[in-house]
Design a protein around this ligand. Structure first.
Ligand SMILES: Cc1cc2nc3c(=O)[nH]c(=O)nc-3n(C[C@H](O)[C@H](O)[C@H](O)COP(=O)(O)OP(=O)(O)OC[C@H]3O[C@@H](n4cnc5c(N)ncnc54)[C@H](O)[C@@H]3O)c2cc1C
Length: 475
């Protein structure tokens, strides 16, 4: 009998399996696709031969679990960090460059934001209430804030409509992947508190394909401990009655296991649960989780269009793309090549009726708002990826649906970015969920391990304000 089976070889599944392998456990990982990495995967694009990701991803300097995972695999140095300058926002008539000033948190980005065109003193002052809530935000406030939309929350705290339209509609789309009016106030405040609470927080990007950061290295670690990774083998259902006793693959074969970790997204977990478990909490919530789809574009130009490494357009209802990345300023060995751009159409329903050619045409046009030379350059090749789910939408009520790692079915542990990690659904959340699941598996074997890293207390003034909150929990 296999001791532990992990279903799903995305970040969560592989982080969990490597952590268990490091404790001497022979793990069987079962992955439906022939490519590992799930929503953080990459492949060689056939026309150009370049490695592309499913879509561009950003890391940030508070991704402690993800960075610990990469450090374990020896690839932590393959992140290209962008300290100082956080992001260029394509505001009109001039761009707003968000960079840290030598000020204590949460004030370090303030001087940049004060230079944004179109806002006045009343707009900035209207942010005071939300700024204060952000400094004092912690996980104990999630249940209350999860009941209301981020838009109602901001209006309730007196934020001006101009500030909502300029900043918060943009922030909700790019950081939570849902429109402000649908977003849980808890989910938005958690990310706002993080981004403003840590001094000098900055972004980073993979110098190689996302999958190249961890998939091959994880397989090696799992195999070294006597485990195996089965690719292209989908799990049809989890087997067992009162306790899980293994998995049945789509070819009908049965892998018996003492413990099973599901590292599946919610809709896939729903599809493999035995009928008797489906109606039970927390599984009864799975059909209500809504995916946030993406369309990601890769554009190869014939010349250097002098783009920013990382820039984003502001919110507009009919806009397709937000974030643009110049891969020649990111990828190892690409400097000096004609520009290659990657971009994300977030919560992409508005693009779903468009052909790939129309998406590419509008993407080049929108890129032109950030890099005007794009309009004069010749596009040599384009690649469009339609991604059914980047993350589950953090809608009002989402936080209370997120299940804990320990499931009510004995022997079945849950992992995945969407589980209750006290973090947004991100690569960091996925890696943390994998570590949390490994802790549960080990605890059931009588082994105590502290693998998951909780968010730390905010810095400076933000940290002082947070520390003074009575009854506070994480961070
Ligand atoms: C385009 C895009 C942009 C993103 N941008 C960012 C970003 O900038 N920063 C960030 O931190 N995060 C970003 N994310 C989110 C991040 O990629 C995810 O949060 C993370 O990869 C989720 O990992 P996971 O292991 O929880 O799930 P997944 O990666 O979905 O892994 C689940 C695995 O289970 C497999 N599976 C499903 N069903 C079965 C079955 N029946 N049997 C066996 N295997 C099965 C799937 O094939 C998959 O490999 C982005 C995601 C996308 C798609």
């Amino acid at each position: 009998m296999t001791q532990v089976t992990v279903v799903g070889a995305g970040l969560a599944g592989l982080a969990c399996a490597v952590a268990l392998a490091d404790h001497g456990i022979a793990v069987t990982v079962v992955e439906r696709n022939t490519r590992l990495g799930g929503r953080a995967s990459s492949w060689r694009e056939p026309v150009t031969g370049d490695v592309v990701d499913i879509g561009p991803h950003i890391f940030h300097s508070e991704y402690h679990n993800m960075l610990a995972f990469l450090a374990r695999l020896g690839t932590k140095d393959l992140i290209c960090w962008q300290p100082g300058k956080v992001l260029t926002v394509a505001s009109k008539p001039r761009p707003t460059v968000l960079r840290h000033w030598p000020l204590p948190a949460p004030l370090s980005l303030m001087p940049s934001i004060l230079q944004a065109p179109g806002l006045d003193a009343a707009d900035y002052l209207s942010m005071a209430g939300v700024g204060w809530r952000g400094m004092r935000f912690g996980e104990e406030q999630v249940p209350e804030l999860d009941r209301i939309s981020a838009l109602d929350f901001l209006r309730g705290h007196g934020v001006s409509e101009r500030m909502i339209d300029w900043w918060w509609r943009f922030a909700a789309m790019v950081v939570t992947n849902v429109p402000l009016q649908r977003c849980s106030a808890a989910s938005l405040m958690r990310i706002h508190a993080q981004l403003s609470g840590y001094r000098g927080l900055h972004f980073g990007f993979a110098r190689v394909g996302l999958g190249e950061l961890y998939t091959r290295q994880a397989v090696r670690a799992i195999e070294r401990a006597g485990g195996r990774v089965l690719k292209g083998r989908g799990v049809a259902w989890l087997s067992g009655r009162e306790r899980v006793d293994g998995v049945v693959l789509s070819d009908g074969s049965h892998i018996r296991a003492e413990q099973v970790v599901s590292a599946l997204p919610p809709q896939d977990l729903d599809g493999v649960l035995p009928r008797a478990w489906r109606g039970r909490a927390p599984f009864d919530a799975l059909p209500r989780v809504e995916p946030s789809p993406y369309v990601c574009c890769y554009l190869w130009f014939d010349r250097d269009i002098k783009a920013e490494r990382f820039a984003s357009n502001l919110f507009a209802p009919d806009r397709l793309n937000y974030d643009f990345y110049d891969l020649c300023q990111i990828r190892q060995g690409w400097r000096g090549r004609p520009t290659v751009i990657a971009s994300n159409i977030i919560y992409s329903h508005r693009a779903h009726g468009l052909t790939d050619a129309e998406i590419v045409r509008r993407t080049v046009m929108e890129l032109g708002e950030i890099a005007p030379r794009a309009a004069r350059a010749r596009l040599l090749h384009a690649d469009v990826h339609r991604v059914p789910m980047a993350i589950p939408c953090p809608l009002v009520g989402f936080e209370r649906m997120r299940p804990r790692a320990r499931s009510p079915i004995p022997g079945l542990t849950l992992a995945g970015d969407w589980t209750r990690t006290h973090m947004p659904c991100t690569m960091e959340g996925a890696a943390k969920s994998g570590f949390m699941a490994a802790e549960v598996v080990l605890a059931e074997r009588g082994l105590q391990a502290n693998l998951a890293i909780d968010a730390r207390l905010y810095d400076d003034f933000a940290g002082l304000a947070r520390a003074a909150v009575p009854g506070r929990t994480l961070p």
